[in-house]
Design a protein around this ligand. Structure first.
Ligand code: AMP
Length: 192
């Protein structure tokens, strides 16, 4: 099964993707994690993306499409994957559809975690407090505002893209983590 976890920055996609990975053995394919790993490793790609990521803008489509295609061809994705933070633009979604089609696969389901903007801001503030000020460079109230603007402009149109394909399911991302996990499990059961 190939799943997309969809939602605004801080909506809990990473947390739920990790749970799905543990419980269903579907690897979490997070472009944000892959890009941060490239920055930490000091690769050319990392150097190219760091300033863009720190500002909360999107790195170019061809960069993330390339890293996803390479990652998806690893043997642990033989039974599918959970895409987390990808796709974030219509061209990325089209590239993902084409990539999967080439491999005789498809996106089965897109699960949106719906969270109000005010709650996202509270979550960022909480994370900054908990981290003692050493949070991610893009985890500040100012950057969140830009990341949200980018989300509404570039990423939110994907909701319509997947709705038209009849693949979109929405769950309440403001519920406690365990309840969100349960809601996702219910959606998956219905789809199976
Ligand atoms: P995330 O950890 O998913 O919030 O991603 C952190 C940052 O990495 C984003 O704000 C973007 O700068 C970059 N990024 C991650 N995934 C993508 C993507 N699919 N398309 C473009 N940029 C991305």
């Amino acid at each position: 099964m190939n799943l997309v976890l969809f939602g605004s920055p801080g909506s809990g996609k990473g947390t739920q993707a990790k749970i799905l990975q543990e419980r269903r053995g579907l690897p979490q394919l997070s472009t944000g994690d892959m890009l941060r790993a490239a920055i930490t490793a000091g690769t050319e790609l990392g150097k190219r993306c760091k300033a863009i990521m720190d500002s909360g803008d999107l790195v170019p489509d061809e960069v993330v499409v390339g890293i996803i295609a390479e990652r998806y061809d690893q043997p642990d994705c033989a039974n599918g994957a959970v895409f987390d933070g990808f796709p974030r633009t219509i061209p990325q979604a089209e590239a993902l559809d084409a990539m999967l089609k080439n491999r005789g696969r498809k996106i089965d389901l897109v699960i949106e975690l719906k969270v109000d903007d005010a709650v996202l801001l509270q979550r960022v503030e909480q994370r900054i407090k908990e981290s003692g000020g050493v949070a991610r460079a893009d985890d500040t109230p100012e950057t969140l505002k830009n990341r949200l603007a980018v989300y509404y402009k570039n990423t939110a149109p994907l909701l319509e893209y997947y709705k038209k394909q009849g693949k979109l399911a929405t769950v309440d991302g403001m519920a406690p983590i365990g309840d969100v996990t349960a809601a996702i499990a219910t959606v998956l059961e219905k789809a199976e």
